[in-house]
Design a protein around this ligand. Structure first.
Ligand SMILES: [Zn+2]
Length: 251
């Protein structure tokens, strides 16, 4: 269904015995519980404005990170900065990432490195396993900062955007499946999507959901590198006695 220029995914749950029709959003998918398709259509027409308003809200509320927190393994984690003279390190426990580092900038770099390394091992493991299922083997799998969710070159090397570590796990699965499928089909033809479907049966809905996160990671990219940020000359930040860290935003 087209809403505000976007193709909104709909999940129809048929319950032949119910009288009313129910509408709710799960992520960016509109879930409609109705007696039959006719009742669903009626509800979609009648509540068009409500749907448009809420769809806009849920799309805007999908975030990869916010102030003083990052999404890690799909869950929001508060980030705490602890000044420390030794090598940067971090611990993760119950929704908090504590980073020990010389400066907030060093802490930010450490988080970035850690997320890239962990995404690489997670995506790598998943990609090799999925590739084996279709009789292929990637030449390499790398996670890094990237302008797209992922890519697969004709030599079989796969690149994955480290920001997938912030996505719900089913969307990570789709992203990796997509790139692995390119090992079999170097295009977006019907047979390519057939391969994706073998690796990730729910890919159609996931692909639409992933679109809601597009551009979200773009906000992350320029800020992770304070050297390139416009006000990076602000030397006062190093000595700022901040206990909280704004991950991926300029400090
Ligand atoms: Zn592709």
């Amino acid at each position: 269904m087209q809403v505000g220029g976007n193709d909104m995914p709909i999940e129809f749950v048929q319950k032949p015995r119910i009288r009313n029709t129910y509408l709710r959003f799960r992520d960016c998918t509109l879930v409609v519980v109705a007696r039959n398709r006719k009742s669903m259509q009626k509800a979609l027409d009648r509540h068009r404005n409500w749907i448009a308003k809420h769809y806009k809200q849920v799309r805007e509320s999908v975030r990869l990170f916010d102030s003083n927190a990052i999404f890690y393994n799909s869950a929001r984690h508060a980030v705490k900065y602890e000044p420390s003279g030794s090598r940067p390190r971090s611990e993760i426990s119950e929704g908090v990432i504590t980073v020990h580092a010389r400066s907030p900038e060093a802490a930010n770099r450490h988080i970035l490195r850690r997320m890239i390394a962990e995404t690489q091992s997670m995506a790598g493991e998943m990609a090799y396993r999925k590739a084996e299922a279709i009789g292929k083997k990637p030449r390499s799998v790398r996670a890094r900062r990237y302008r797209k969710w992922g890519a697969c070159k004709s030599d079989g090397s796969i690149t994955i955007n480290f920001c997938i570590s912030m996505l719900p796990s089913d969307l990570q699965d789709y992203t990796v499946s997509h790139e692995v499928a390119h090992l079999a089909e170097m295009n977006h033809s019907r047979s390519f999507w057939d391969v994706v479907g073998m690796l990730c049966p729910d890919y159609k809905a996931l692909r639409k959901r992933l679109a809601a996160y597009d551009n979200k990671w773009r906000e992350v990219i320029p800020a992770v590198n304070p050297a390139k940020s416009s006000d990076s000359g602000n030397s006062g930040t190093e000595t700022q006695n901040t206990q909280e860290l704004l991950p991926f935003q300029h400090l």
